[in-house]
Design a binder for this molecule. Structure first.
Ligand code: ARG
Length: 376
């Protein structure tokens, strides 16, 4: 679509050239939105001084040479010498029609960049709450928009598919029966399944103690790569995937299984993340945990807040995985820019992760990271 302001600028400029000579043809015609018309050209006021003539005379001279009959239905001089310009309805309609006829709606392409977008990211065996629905729809619109602009968008669905709760979830799955109706709750009512496991885990009594002990043992087996445990874990994740896809279908978003890059994807990178941070002197041991203390991140009484990359029991957490996401997206996905569409309460987490990644040299200065904050 032609921008009316630009079209009018060009027309007024050629009138300026015709009226006052070619040296005036590139004078700014000062086209502004008007209170009294659609636009006004204010050039006469600025030119009057330069020409040593009255502004109203200058605008009269412009009017004599101004040819906008195809664009404007009304052109008149007002006040000290403004030229008021009112657009023709059929000209506006023609511009709108031209846009409708263009599959790109007139949106120009940008030089393509590789842009991983982290969005949706629900958690396995849990219901998607409204925050997940919001990152899903906001993230998907950003992905589509950036794609239309010509970028190489790489959707990254960072689902929560790893961690200690999986011990209890796997044991619960075994108890209810892998192919039972109660296992199907993972697809139809995941919170009911989760609560079933949780209640058993938290209860007291010999039966519950036994369950909790098995759950803890299961975590160890999962982490050490026991085949049968991994099979059960995959089954759990599979049920959740069916549930997520059901929701995605209802929302009409573009996410598919190919976009899954859950927390577990980064398991093999976590040792190296910690080792590299430690050898660079960025992470240090504190109370048995490996921590990064960053300048400017302090809590109550100016006490430094640590980013914990390895817990005192040797386990890795959310921050370690997110450091790995940065490395992977920069190194393997060749990111020029990275978006994280995640709840606002995680703002501090991302600031610390990115600051750490920059310090470690994993996130070059020219790769911009953005936290698109959902909620408040
Ligand atoms: N699963 C997380 C949650 O539900 C969101 C993950 C967002 N992405 C990330 N790279 N940390 O809060």
């Amino acid at each position: 679509m032609a921008d009316p302001q630009e079209v009018l600028s060009r027309r007024v400029q050629s009138a300026l050239g015709a009226a006052f000579g070619p040296e005036f043809a590139d004078t700014d015609p000062v086209i502004r939105p008007s209170q009294f018309a659609d636009y006004q050209a204010n050039a006469a006021l600025a030119l009057a001084k330069r020409l040593g003539r009255k502004p109203r005379e200058v605008s009269a001279a412009i009017m004599e040479h101004l040819d906008v009959s195809d664009v404007c239905r009304e052109v008149e001089v007002s006040g000290p010498g403004f030229i008021n310009l009112t657009l023709r309805e059929d000209w506006i309609a023609a511009q709108a029609q031209a846009l409708l006829d263009d599959a790109r709606l007139g949106v120009p392409e940008q030089p393509p960049k590789n842009v991983p977008i982290d969005y949706s990211a629900p958690n396995v065996a849990k219901e998607m709450h409204v925050g997940h629905l919001r990152t899903t729809v906001v993230g998907d619109s950003l992905a589509r928009t950036l794609e239309l602009l010509g970028h190489n968008v790489i959707r990254q669905n960072h689902i929560g598919d790893w961690g200690t709760p999986f011990g209890m979830l796997i044991e619960h799955l075994l108890e209810v029966g892998e192919d039972s109706d109660r296992a199907q709750l993972l697809i139809t009512d995941p919170n009911a399944f989760y609560q079933g496991a949780r209640t058993k885990f938290d209860e007291s009594g010999p039966e519950a103690d036994d369950f909790a002990a098995r759950a803890r043992g299961r975590v160890v087996q999962l982490q050490s790569g026991d085949e049968e445990t991994l099979r059960l874990w995959r089954k759990l994740v599979g049920f959740s995937r069916t549930y997520f896809n059901k929701v995605y279908g209802k929302l009409g978003v573009t996410l598919t299984d190919d976009d899954l890059a859950g927390e577990s994807t980064y398991n093999d990178m976590l040792d190296a993340v910690c080792e590299d941070l430690e050898s660079q002197g960025i992470a240090t041991m504190s109370d048995g945990a490996l921590c990064v203390f960053l300048e400017g991140f302090t809590g109550r009484e100016k006490k430094p807040v640590p980013l914990i990359v390895r817990k005192s029991d040797g386990g890795y957490g959310y921050a370690t995985t997110d450091l790995a996401t940065v490395r992977y997206r920069v190194d393997a996905l060749k990111a020029d820019r990275i978006l994280y569409v995640v709840g606002a309460p995680q703002a501090m987490h991302f600031k610390m992760v990115w600051a750490t990644a920059r310090e470690a040299g994993w996130l070059p200065q020219d790769v911009e990271t953005t936290h698109v904050q959902i909620g408040n």
